[in-house]
Design a protein around this ligand. Sequence first.
Ligand code: FES
Ligand SMILES: [Fe+2]
Length: 423
Amino acid sequence: MAAALNVLAPTWSRLVQRDRVDGSVYTDPAIFRAELEKIWYRGWVYVGHSSEVPKPNDFVMKAIGPQSVLMTRDKDGQIHLLLNRCPHRGNQVCLEDRGNTTSFVCSYHGWNFRNNGELRGTPFPAGYQGVDKSQLGLGKVARVETYKGFVFGSFAAPGSGPTLLEHLGAAAEAIDRLVQFSPEGEVEVTAGFLKHRTKANWKFIVDNETDGYHPTFVHASIFSTAKSGIGALYNNDSTAVSRYLGNGHSENDLRPEFRRLDKPLGWFGTSEDRLPEYVAKMKVAYGEEKARQILVDGTPHTMIFPNLFIAEIQLFVLQPLAADETVQHVTAIQFKGAPDLNRRMRQQTMGSVGPAGLLLADDTEMYERNQRGVQQRDPETLFLGRGLHRERTDENGFTIGDNTDEVPSRGMWSHYRALMEAT
Ligand code: FES
Ligand SMILES: [Fe+2]
């Protein structure tokens, strides 16, 4: 495998340039296999949220790319990420989406594993005389770290590579901003997930999450049907900005527009009088002035590379399965201590990304048309130069552009290339 990856290395300077990428990065199965090794099985990947396993012995089935991962909480409260593969002859040890159990029993020959991955016992143990049981536990995602309830995993050996905080860098602030919408400072991932299987490369989706150019066109129908003010945020004269945050992360920072409008909860298409209990709790928690600022600013629109998109009212988790296949897992964000806001978050989520929703269906149609179109031979590249001439640096040193500019995409691709070139 290592040799195959190195054959690719010299070509990256041609495949990924400052303002364009080669179409094969979306279609080539060899590149997809290399991405699994160099991005998905090496760096930090979002897996799940601690609120999905609130009690000791809870578990939930998750994934890192094609790898099926069990997120468990052991009896002492510690979270583990276990690979769903029996060390005996490779059977899946768990078929349930979630539950509560102290052990997983393999259905093939009955090996029994603790929820921290250790092999507890085997049937007819006399047949394993002299065998070291401690070497026959479930595989584990080597590094597990949590930031404000968001659980990330990395297959890199402990002590190697950046820490989670180093990886998140400036994107950690998006999580900070998000959790403060709870009067108790905590997000809860309890609304269940919709899964959209999409015949497109995962990077088309990453590219699109902070692409402020397409909403005016792709989402024209929902903006007019819902009489939404969101469309104006992505107009040519919007004061919102696109920003590259480093390490592949990016955002559309809509706060300049919301501050100009200066309406608490305006970002959510509602007003304080519709959610009096929530607003009162926020004022108690943060004080009048800060609560108002939080509610004016709105929640983040931030893509945390490679797979967590904080989409204002939803979380998207991307799961690549093949060069041309990705599952988008999506859930309504819920805030601890905010039942009245949460109900509206769920309703809006169903309206936008549910089975009959009016938003994600349009994006997904674009992804699949992208995937089909990019297989044509000519032109070979995708052009990502919008706004290159007007890129600028903000007061914190980050590259920003107009909200319709391709600053996030260029940033993501520069990071991607560095990861793919790394040995
Ligand atoms: S494959 Fe799991 S016990 Fe045999
Ligand atoms: Fe979109």
